[in-house]
Structures are given as structure tokens and as C-alpha cells.
Design a protein around this ligand. Sequence first.
Ligand SMILES: Cc1ncc(COP(=O)(O)O)c(C=O)c1O
Length: 197
Amino acid sequence: MDIAFSIFVIKYFMRKSVKTFLKSAAKDYVARSVNPPVVRASTILFKTMQELRKHQKNIAKGKDVSHWDYGRQGNQTTIQLQKILKELEQAHYVFLTQTGFSSVALAIMSVCRPGDEIVISDCVYRPTQKLTSQLLKEFNINAIWYNPNSLEDLKNKVTKKTKLIFVENPGSNTFEFQDLGKITSFAKKKKYIHLHR
Ligand SMILES: Cc1ncc(COP(=O)(O)O)c(C=O)c1O
């Protein structure tokens, strides 16, 4: 029974129990392991070029796959963890990265393009400040800082060029707690891409 089927069975029969989900989701009846075995791989084998191309097309379409076409994107173990986190967080998608900061950089770089603005709370982790105010500047992406204690300030900083609102909750070192519900509904109303950490 593969992980996707296992999650389906648990969701179908035991909808309400997170404990049951956590105990059962990662059982691997192929490897006969109660927890998923740790897979480490770089180059992935395919029997034919056709099989590889078909798999790449499925990945591009966002289909549910149990392995990638190249190990740098992840492996069976990370895919299983992504699926479990997605279910627990009720998220649209989960993509794991090697470190916290690489997730920050990947998320920002995935959405911002030259000419865009990013509205960002001024309490963020120092390397995130450097990335947004220094590196992004070289690519003509402007970071606009807002006061994490003022939703009005955030609203006033958003313009037509805003591609991303970056919220860090709680703020690094200063621990401001922002109302994510209010920020999310503001972003959704404006149809801006919204991101928080
Ligand atoms: C808010 C915040 N962002 C990013 C990071 C970086 O995480 P990592 O060290 O896993 O790259 C940290 C680490 O403390 C953090 O506190």
C-alpha cells in the first residue's frame, strides 16, 4: 500500500482522528516498515526515455508522484513527509527545503520578478533583511518595510506593484505577533500573493 493510498484510507475511514493519522500515515507495507525507510538518491533510474518523459510530464502537471525525476528535488522519504504535512496543515502544497533560510529564499525568488515590490515586516530575521534589501535590489526588486505593530501601515505600503507581503510571526528577537487572519483577508481581497512564516 503506498502512502497516497494509505492517506486516502485513513481520511475515508478515520476522518476525525489526528492521532490515528499520525500513527498510520507513513506505514510502508512494501518495505515492511512502520516508518518510511530513509531514501538517499541523486540520479534516478528509468527503464526507458519514454518512461522518463512521461514521468516529467506528470510532475509538470502537478500529479501526485511518489518519486521525482532527479534526487535534488527530493526523494521518496521527503515526498511522504510533504504529503503528511500537507494533510496536517490542510495546505494546498508543501515543499520541503534543506534549511529554514533556503525556504525563505526559495519562496521569495519563486514569486518576485524585476520591477516587483515586496512589502515586508521590519522585524524579520537579519539574513532575510539582507536578502530582500540588498540582493533583490540588484534585480530591481524593491523591498518596502512596514511596522509589524500596525496593520494600517502595512495597508498603506501596498501598491499596484506589490507582488508579495512577507510576514514573520513572531518577529525575530522582538517577538511582535501580527494578526495573520486580518493580513490574509486583506491580501486575498487585493489578490496579492501573500506569504508568511
Ligand atoms: C525567522 C527565521 N528565519 C530563518 C531562519 C534560518 O533557518 P536555518 O538556520 O534553518 O536556515 C531562522 C533561524 O533561526 C529564523 O529564526
